[in-house]
Design a protein around this ligand. Structure first.
Ligand code: UGA
Length: 348
């Protein structure tokens, strides 16, 4: 019998890329729910993909029924944009924590395999130069720095799943994305600042002729990871050959693409220059600096360094990232060229 996979949040950045890859490369069936379907495109026509448009917090019966019916549950519904953590922290708590706790409990009740997105943010301001799933401490700021409500929510869920694993044998895998980037991360047509994570924000700013703004000068670093590499790793986790991913925590990131936000900005401008259709945008691109409290407000606190240890994924799953950071930028821009987004003729 082919594996039945339930993906909640199937229209998101990870959900849509994962559904596409499952359809292209496996014989698995996918049952999906999301509040929209705009990122799913052609895959909606696949007979092995059953999609329902809806909110998981409202369609509770559908969710419970499908958890019982499926073999593997991948709950991807969450707010994952730092500007929302500071603007609407209670919504982050309600959706990312409360709504997902319900799912975790149902997986425990029906003894289902659960593949859950933790986050690189759980490490917070941990000073370790390389963040290790087993040994690194999880370090957050004071309560008034509301940014940490996301990391706290995710961390407590990690602990709840671990405890279910110890007590009841819950079969879970926690994966921690390290700044996954690529097409459809956020809406490239939305130019408003704070609407996207940094990668899409910088691309959108160049496309819309707005200056790229480096928060506090852009010295903070991230390890940017191309979505196709990350999805390859998720497929291995779902496949779970000989139980290799059961009750494991995995960082999924590219330690070789550890760059500062200022370096990201420069590389993006150079990426534009390398694409004939967009080269003119590189000439007009501007980079400036903005203070964090001006950009995000007083409740924000940044993370300065974030490099994943990847020995666990390498040893258990045989996975290593293969797409370097400049290739990731070029591939994303080529995706927009193929779609005809922001072509010179559009500007009239
Ligand atoms: C992200 C989000 O919390 C989640 O998407 C996810 O859990 C996690 O990290 C991850 O993917 O690993 P963060 O990396 O801080 O957090 O989010 P971004 O919005 O992508 O910001 C990255 C850095 O760029 C921050 O230091 C931010 O201050 C800076 N930034 C952002 C700018 O300099 N300019 C901008 O216009 C936007």
């Amino acid at each position: 019998m082919p594996l039945k996979v339930l993906i909640l949040g199937a229209n998101g950045f990870i959900g849509s890329a994962l559904t596409e890859a499952i359809m292209a490369r496996t014989d698995w069936q996918v049952f999906g729910m999301d509040i929209a379907d705009n990122k799913l495109g052609e895959v909606l026509n696949e007979p092995r993909f059953k999609f329902v448009e809806g909110d998981i917090t409202i369609n509770r019966e559908w969710v419970e029924y499908n958890i019982r019916k499926c073999d593997v549950i991948v709950p991807l519904v969450a707010i994952a944009n730092p500007s929302q953590y500071v603007k609407d922290p209670l919504r982050v708590f309600e959706l990312d924590f409360e709504a997902n706790l319900t799912i975790v409990r149902l997986c425990a009740k029906y003894k289902k395999r659960l593949i859950f997105p933790s986050t690189s943010e759980v490490y917070g301001m941990c000073p370790d130069p390389v963040l290790d799933e087993q040994t690194s401490n999880l370090v957050y700021g004071p309560i008034h720095k509301q940014r940490w409500i996301y990391a706290n929510s995710k961390q407590l869920l990690d602990r709840v799943m671990f405890a279910y694993g110890v007590r009841d044998g819950l079969d879970y895998t926690l994966f921690r994305p390290f700044n996954w980037i690529g097409p459809r991360l956020d809406d490239i047509h939305e130019a408003k600042e704070g609407s996207s994570r940094v990668f899409t924000q910088f691309l959108a700013n160049v496309f819309h002729g707005l200056p790229i703004r480096l928060v506090d000068g852009g010295r903070q670093r991230r390890s940017f990871t191309y979505i196709d590499d990350a999805i390859e790793c998720l497929l291995r986790i779902i496949e779970n050959k000989d139980g290799c991913a059961s009750r494991q925590i995995f960082n999924i990131g590219n330690p070789h693409s550890d760059v500062s936000v200022a370096e990201l900005a420069k590389a993006i401008v150079e990426g534009f220059r390398s694409i004939p259709e967009y080269a003119h945008l590189a000439d007009t691109a501007k980079i400036e600096t903005v203070a964090a409290d001006v950009y995000y407000g007083q409740y924000y606190q940044d993370i300065q360094v974030r490099v994943p240890a990847i020995n666990a994924v390498r040893e258990k799953l045989g996975w290593v990232p293969t797409t370097d950071f400049n290739t990731a930028i070029r591939k994303t821009l080529q995706y927009h060229v193929r779609r005809g987004d922001f072509m010179p003729s559009e500007k009239g």
